[in-house]
Design a protein around this ligand. Structure first.
Ligand code: AMP
Ligand code: ZN
Ligand code: FE
Ligand code: FE
Length: 290
């Protein structure tokens, strides 16, 4: 039985509530999960209560969109995962709050771009259809689907919302040193998320990992829905060489990403339990689970 350490809840851009996630994880007999919402720990907080049991183990988590070190030109998505963080840490709380606030400026800019492309959509509609505090492009995409402007969330990104498309607006990102430091100061470990999404070659990735390790990075997400078995093998051996740990998860978003299932990704994902055990060892038994 395996684990899934990369899951989004309704606190960010997933469609499952934290309790739905817990139920599904139990049905799938997953032994450990982590909710890694974008820019918030509100979701995982809900299920890290004394009432929930160690079935499955719940590891605290967060995913932070970051900017890479200056010397690297990374065309893809550069995200840092934090595991085993103290959910009430004041510096982490402040940093995540700041990142979330910047979305409040960005979302209306996306909405006005859509309006200038003849689409009748308001921020109120987006707010109404979003459960948590972290509202982003997937929520806007879903409103576009509901209104019949596009037939799928993917089409909303492809036509309007993705980078390079006419209604794209970038968001504020924490620089990688700040993201890694705030995670570590909150008692957690920092991990480079979905290396395949960086869209860089493996030589560059290795140089990048060395620099990030110097900043305090502890691991690399070697197991991921979009990784081929060869990718996973390469990332595991890179981790071995650089003395990093490996982590893994599906990046489940429920109905926001219909091709990804919890626990199994696109069907073939398997994240071994020992990955979770190694994280716990690395956290120095700081009791991130219960
Ligand atoms: P945001 O944080 O508002 O910039 O939105 C980023 C999120 O949008 C990512 O974490 C993904 O969950 C989602 N996303 C990005 N590209 C796509 C796509 N082509 N189709 C569906 N979801 C996407
Ligand atoms: Zn997401
Ligand atoms: Fe990500
Ligand atoms: Fe994610």
């Amino acid at each position: 039985m395996d684990v899934d350490l990369h899951i989004h809840s309704t606190a960010s851009d997933g469609s499952f509530t934290p309790h739905d996630i817990l139920d599904r994880a139990r049905a799938l007999k997953l032994r450990a999960i982590s909710i890694t919402d974008h820019d918030t720990v509100d979701g995982v907080k809900e299920i890290m209560t004394p009432e929930t049991t160690a079935n499955p183990h719940v590891l605290s988590g967060v995913e932070i969109s970051s900017t890479p070190p200056d010397q690297f030109d990374i065309p893809g998505n550069f995200h840092i995962l934090g595991y085993g963080i103290r959910l009430e840490d004041p510096d982490l709380t402040r940093a995540l709050h700041h990142v979330r606030q910047s979305r409040d400026d960005r979302n209306p800019r996306i909405i006005s771009r859509l309006k200038s492309h003849g689409i009748d959509i308001s921020m109120d509609e987006v707010n109404e259809s979003s459960a948590g505090d972290v509202i982003g492009r997937p929520h806007i995409a879903r409103v576009l689907v509901q209104k019949g402007c596009v037939s799928s969330i993917d089409e909303a990104f492809d036509r309007y919302l993705a980078k390079g498309r006419p209604c794209f607006e970038d968001k504020f990102r924490l620089d990688c040193q700040a993201a890694i430091s705030v995670i570590r100061k909150a008692g957690g470990i920092a991990v480079l998320a979905h290396p395949v999404s960086l869209k860089t070659d493996k030589g560059t990735l290795e140089s990048l990992l060395k620099v990030l390790k110097g900043m305090g990075l502890s691991g690399i997400e070697a197991y991921y829905s979009n990784h081929t078995p060869e990718d996973t093998e390469d990332y595991c051996s890179m981790a071995g060489k650089l003395d990093l740990i490996v982590t893994g998860g599906s990046d489940f978003h429920g109905s926001y990403k219909t091709n990804i299932q919890m626990g199994s990704g696109k069907g073939n994902l398997q994240v071994p339990y020992r990955v979770f055990e190694r994280i716990i060892e690395h956290l120095g038994h700081k009791s991130p689970t219960h």
